[in-house]
Design a protein around this ligand. Structure first.
Ligand code: IVH
Length: 714
């Protein structure tokens, strides 16, 4: 089982003596107070959790020295702004577990306590926002209250109407209290910061701080949107016997269905929708799925909540003073850390785009050390009001590229310096075209010929052996290569005249270039480095259109027929192809192949009927005759090291092979996966496929299935 180990959050700050303990309590109390009051904490979540665990460890060793101010005994940390609206039923917190072992121990302890197996567990995302109670009277939202200290909260009814998913009126005239989390989605956070900076304010450090600050702010000159996710509901004294009875009897999942029917937003509409499950294995599998989905979610989650679902089980387990005994939070590792922005680097890519990159004080996040983070474009730096020397909140989850969320403005010392923007292209010294959000050298692709030609010669593009970056630099410096097409007109004499180029190297390189001429269109297209397209998108485009002439003839609308190409990308591709037209013409003249073997152009496919595009959702099968190939209709994932006949194939080549054989390639295992090809040292994908009961093949078994298509591997 591969349940994400939360070990990185399981460490505790070691407190050596009473003075260290007192200082830690004070630091945690101050951070917690700042967080609940303004949404801005001086500590990131991980540091706060570590500190509180250190405090708890010290208290366990020295029970007599436990401070009344300690955050360990409180519902929501010390020094919370309690507010003056009493909660009808306390708003409790949740206990945490940090590993699969702790989770199993916890479910066992609940079952021991109630003396029977729990009927069903609800497994749902732990939304990273602020808890609020929304009181509805006869269907109208009358009051919105923060959690405060759990006993009484603050009235934030002024925010009614600005929170998506929390309608002012329900679909039924029900009287009840709906509890849930208010947060900012990634998009709402971006928008909030743009608006705030425009109004002279400091940007929020992260979406949760944004939600906290926004919820409590009154009389702002502007409004920013937030989103509500309901996770519970209860009857209030005026609810009426019928509803009180129903909510008292219904299990959690039934209540949540009712809440959704009332028109309130819940996590049900998301990729990480709550599930009711019966075994610990199934719970762990769902935890893995939610953890794997986390980087791609448009909102933040910091764990998974596991709840006994039925009312009877909940009642039997009961509640402690701080948290219910029937629910627990499985914490996921922190994906955000505060670190220092040391500077900004400007790098010119192969298409001439000048991209800023944040250089950070190295920081460990989610199991890896982060030193650089993406900054998108210059406008992004301005929008985030970033300054060199700033403490910044950095976000990184899974394989995604780390990004700077925003500066932690209240930690500024005044020493921070404005980020310096380049005035000329840092690669070639030419002017910069700043008319678009992404700045570009006025020489475009010609600016960084070495980068664009090296990319084109790479293993997943034209795969020209012997043409590494050093050789490309040599060719460019000698004036022999100014773009990709020049490669195809190089002569033996020209190459022999170069340093360190003997007869054998020359002949080998010329032969490799000749082979490159025959590569399928998908690779030639990829080699062009069209902005917004990579390896898999190039394959989809090539398979869909079958020939370069059809791609060039396509307008934005026709391009949108390819899965994954929206309006904006389609327009970029059209513009890029226009810019690349002279280069493509020269490649054609040099005899470079411009067709995709086995693919059918869209016009010819019309007669094949509606089924022809059936596999087109990744574009993989599109362009191939419908139902053709041994993998027709199948989604195939490859993991681990390939052996035997497949040993030499890169992942990209494996994906090409799958698609040639009529299948769809994918990088992650899900319910939709038909086959997992698991090589040596296959890890979590194999575990997941086993859990899901997905068919698994060894490389040899797979090679036998696609034997007819192996010879054409390029
Ligand atoms: S249930 C009595 N469900 O996490 C049960 N809480 O760390 C208490 N939270 O105070 C809440 N997502 O603000 C529950 N799906 C979810 C949640 C959730 C986020 C928050 C909530 C709670 C805090 C505890």
């Amino acid at each position: 089982m591969t349940t994400s180990p939360a070990v990185s959050v399981a460490h505790a700050t070691v407190l050596a003596d009473a003075a260290a303990y007192a200082a830690a309590v004070e630091t945690a109390t101050r951070a917690s107070a700042a967080y609940y009051e303004t949404g801005e904490s001086t500590l990131d979540d991980d540091a706060y959790d570590r500190l509180v665990r250190g405090i708890a460890a010290y208290e366990q060793e020295h029970p007599d020295e436990t401070s009344p101010a300690s955050p360990t005994g409180k519902v929501a940390g010390g020094a919370v702004t309690a507010g003056d609206v009493p909660h009808t039923v306390p708003m409790l917190s949740l206990d945490n577990v940090f590993s699969a072992e702790q989770l199993v121990a916890w479910t066992a302890s609940v079952e021991r306590r109630i003396g029977r197996p729990v009927e069903e567990w609800s497994v749902e995302p732990k939304l990273d926002g602020l808890a609020v109670a929304a009181r509805y009277e006869r269907g109208d939202l009358t009051r919105l209250i923060t959690r405060g200290d759990g006993t009484a909260g603050e009235d934030v009814s002024h925010a009614i109407g600005t929170i998506v998913g929390l309608p002012p009126s329900l679909t039924e005239p029900a009287t009840l209290e709906i509890r849930g989390e208010v947060l900012m989605t990634e998009e709402q956070f971006e928008r909030a910061n743009t608006v705030r900076v425009e109004h002279g304010g400091a940007p929020f450090a992260n979406p949760r701080n944004g939600a906290a600050g926004t919820l409590r702010a009154k009389d702002r000159a502007y409004t920013v949107e937030m989103t509500f996710f309901g996770y519970g509901a209860l009857a209030v004294p005026a609810s009426g016997a019928e509803l009180t009875g129903r909510l008292g009897e219904w299990g959690h999942s039934r209540i949540m269905r009712y809440v959704a029917d009332l028109g309130v937003h819940t996590a049900d509409s998301t990729l990480v929708a709550p599930r009711t499950l019966t075994t610990t294995e199934a719970i762990r599998a769902r935890i893995d799925e939610i953890a794997a989905a986390r980087p791609g979610l448009p909102f933040g989650i910091d764990g998974i909540v596991i709840k006994a679902d039925s009312a009877a089980d909940q009642a039997a387990a009961g509640c402690g003073s701080r948290a219910p005994r029937w629910a627990v939070a499985y914490k996921l590792p922190a994906v955000e850390k505060v670190t220092t922005l040391l500077g900004v680097e400007w790098n010119v890519g192969r298409t001439g785009i000048i991209a800023p990159r944040a250089v950070l004080e190295p920081v460990e996040i989610d199991g890896s050390t982060v030193t650089y983070a993406t900054l998108h474009n210059p406008a992004d730096i301005t929008r985030r009001d970033l300054r060199t020397g700033d403490k910044v909140m950095v976000y990184k989850a899974g394989d995604i590229i780390p990004r700077v969320e925003a500066p932690v403005a209240h930690l500024r010392t005044g020493e921070e310096q404005p980020v310096v923007f380049p005035e000329v292209c840092p690669q070639c010294g030419s002017g910069i075209d700043t008319s678009e959000q992404r700045w570009r050298c006025v020489r475009g692709r010609d600016c960084h010929v070495v980068a664009s030609v090296s990319y084109a010669a790479g293993r997943d593009q034209l795969d020209i052996e012997g043409l590494g970056a050093t050789r490309v630099v040599q060719l460019v410096d000698a004036g022999l290569v100014r773009d990709l097409a020049d490669l195809f007109t190089l002569t033996r004499e020209q190459l022999l005249a170069l340093e360190r180029m003997g007869e054998t190297s020359t002949d080998n390189l010329l032969a490799a270039i000749d082979t490159a001429r025959t590569r399928p269109l998908s690779r030639v297209f990829c080699a062009l480095g069209v902005r917004g397209t990579g390896r898999s998108m190039s394959r989809r485009i090539a398979r869909h259109f079958a020939g370069m002439e059809h791609i060039r003839a396509a307008d934005a609308k026709a391009l949108q027929q390819v899965d994954g190409i929206g309006g904006e990308k389609a327009r970029t591709v059209v513009a890029e192809l226009e810019e690349l037209a002279p280069l493509i013409d020269r490649l054609v003249a040099a005899g470079v192949n411009m067709s995709e073997p086995g693919a059918t152009p869209p016009a010819a496919r019309v007669e094949e009927g509606p089924g022809a595009e059936e596999h087109g959702d990744t574009g993989a099968g599109a362009g191939t005759a419908a139902g053709a190939g041994p993998l027709a209709g199948m989604t195939v994932v490859v993991t681990g090291a390939m052996t035997g006949a497949l040993e030499k194939l890169s992942r990209n080549q494996m994906n090409e092979l799958i698609e040639r054989a009529g299948g769809k390639s994918s990088s992650s295992v899900s319910k939709r996966t038909s086959l997992l090809v698991a090589g040596e040292n296959a890890g979590s994908k194999r575990d997941k496929a086993e859990q899901l009961g997905t068919r698994i093949a060894t490389p040899d078994e797979f090679a036998a299935i696609v034997a007819d298509f192996l010879d054409t591997a390029v």
